[in-house]
Design a protein around this ligand. Sequence first.
Ligand code: PMP
Length: 362
Amino acid sequence: MKPVTATLHNFNAGPSILPKEVFEQASEAILDFNGTGLSILEIGHRTPLFESVMQEARELVRELMLLDNDHEVLFLHGGATTQFMQVPMNLLNENDIAAYTESGTWAVKAIKEAKVFGHVELAGSAKDSNYTRIPRQLSISPTASYLHLTSNETIAGTQWFDFPYDCGVPIVADMSSDILSRELDFNKFSLIYAGAQKNMGAAGVNLVVIDKNILGKTIRTIPTILDYRNHIAEGSMLNTPPVFAVYVAMLTLRWLKNQGGVPAMEVRNNQKANLFYSTLDSLPLFKGPVAKEDRSRMNAVFIMSDPSLEKEFLQLCTQEGMIGIKGHRSVGGFRVSMYNALPLESVSALTELMKDFARQKG
Ligand code: PMP
């Protein structure tokens, strides 16, 4: 069904909403990049024109995340799925152990790839709750090469708020769906990776932030393109980067800085999440399956107490221009993604619709 309204509210889980000005600037650059008469798509990546894009993108990440000098910023090919294997390939010896937390679909995928390279121990799991909470009381071998966690489970709708910073081993985090959405001490993580297509830009590029001191400890031979050390040595320009995706990430990072940086995003994201969850909790027709203290501020999942009404509610949402609220195909129900670029007005429009629907059915 096509929306009958001109105003669209984009709750897609990824690729997802980006700031309108980023779309405008990115479109301009396709036709004429910075007044050069050339498209961003046709300039060499080793020209000063593109090199300055890469440099600005890397510097903005450093500035926005308040990174120390041990941490390097890379923009690498492939989605976050590539990092599921690149992390253990670089950090885990065949006979060693890596600790993983099993928090949902994305963590499970990361675990599967790590097993290709070494031993995995489950430091904690939320499987028994059907991933409706974040694993707690972790048990981590002191000899583990690292602890891996998924800071925000995009499908389950859970998020870490209490990180095990003092666990005694390097922490690796998949922050694909909450990168730059809230203030964290990013320097406490030894490696952070995130596909760009949610909070940071267009699909096709990964952000990797890595403490260079954790590298060089594995004995396997790592293919050139997959060895983080080579990317660091070449300033994230080992081969042709996904130039357009890096450009869109740079524009999005500029936007984020102009908005007041990560602290401003956190305020904005908390407002949206508070409005959404308080509405959800006030309407018996809707139910949130996730433990309240672990509810994601990026991806809110919910079901209806009368499942036979789900289709009608979804139709109403589509008609009113609410895009992308159908839950992931593996879990059903609904999912509302509230990434950085989503305005509070969109959440407000949705919560009003939920209230109207509940009134009608009540
Ligand atoms: N990790 C998380 C938390 C994700 O949400 C996703 C994608 N939705 C991925 C990893 C995989 O990312 P990609 O599709 O870019 O490989």
